[in-house]
Ligand binder design. Structure first.
Ligand SMILES: N[C@@H](CCC(=O)N[C@@H](CS)C(=O)NCC(=O)O)C(=O)O
Length: 220
């Protein structure tokens, strides 16, 4: 059977691409990676055959196309991991799904003002709204680690989709110098030490294409 295909954007910038890529890598699922540079004249033309939303990521498996990062993670867990992408315990799983949905839908200021850029290392202005959003992520990380983290160093103990959803935030927080509580910083360090996340960052930093800040802010 041919491999599944994951269509992704620039590793330096595309946080949504990173999430399912990390899930596939962490669970050793074989896949072919299709890289499409974003915001080029021919980007839409190249994405057309793969992604109905004309956005990345998109996942092609057997006869099925799935797009949108969280939907891909759900599909991969259900179809390829026998549900192992989520915590086994239903209470933990409900919380894991809640924080993933929150990451996916909320944090407009973080997404706009502190977009992922693996190459960046600069202290950026922190608006009041941004500070509130960073504090909310800090609270999610600290609370999940305290309540559900037994059995491993990840958000729900063992590595799960929740870690994929938050991994780009650890990169942004490192790039722009977020001030986190000790517990949250320890979790961010766990993510940054993960070998697949390190690979992604390394490959992102090696890319040559650059994207303007106004487009990067739309990307998250
Ligand atoms: N909700 C989508 C967001 C996808 C998204 O915005 N992808 C960005 C790159 S990270 C993109 O394709 N941008 C190109 C564009 O907006 O034209 C997801 O979770 O996958």
């Amino acid at each position: 059977m041919s491999h599944a295909k994951l269509v992704i954007g620039n590793k330096n910038y595309s946080s949504w691409s990173m999430r399912p890529w990390l899930l596939l890598k962490a669970f050793d699922v074989p896949f072919d990676e299709i890289n499409i540079a974003l915001y080029q004249d021919n980007t839409a033309e190249k994405l057309g055959p793969y992604s109905p939303s004309l956005k990345v990521p998109a996942f092609l498996h057997s006869e099925t196309t799935v797009w949108d990062s969280l939907a891909i993670c759900e599909y991969v867990s259900e179809q390829l991991l026998e549900g192992r992408g989520w915590p086994i315990n239903p209470k933990k799983r409900a919380s894991a799904r809640s924080v993933c949905a929150e990451m996916h839908a909320e944090f407009p200021h973080l997404k706009k003002e502190w977009p992922m850029n693996c190459k960046a290392s600069v202290a950026l202005f922190v608006s009041e709204k941004l500070e509130e959003e960073i504090a909310r992520i800090d609270a999610i990380w600290s609370c999940c680690r305290r309540k559900y983290g037994a059995g491993g160093d990840y958000l729900f103990g063992k590595f799960s989709i929740a870690d994929c959803m938050f991994a780009p935030m650890a990169i942004c927080f490192q790039s722009y110098g977020a001030k986190l509580s000790m517990e949250a910083q320890r979790y961010a360090n766990t993510l940054l030490a993960n070998p697949h996340i390190q690979d992604w960052i390394k490959q992102g930093r090696a890319e040559e294409e650059s994207v303007s800040m106004s487009n990067v802010s739309n990307m998250f």
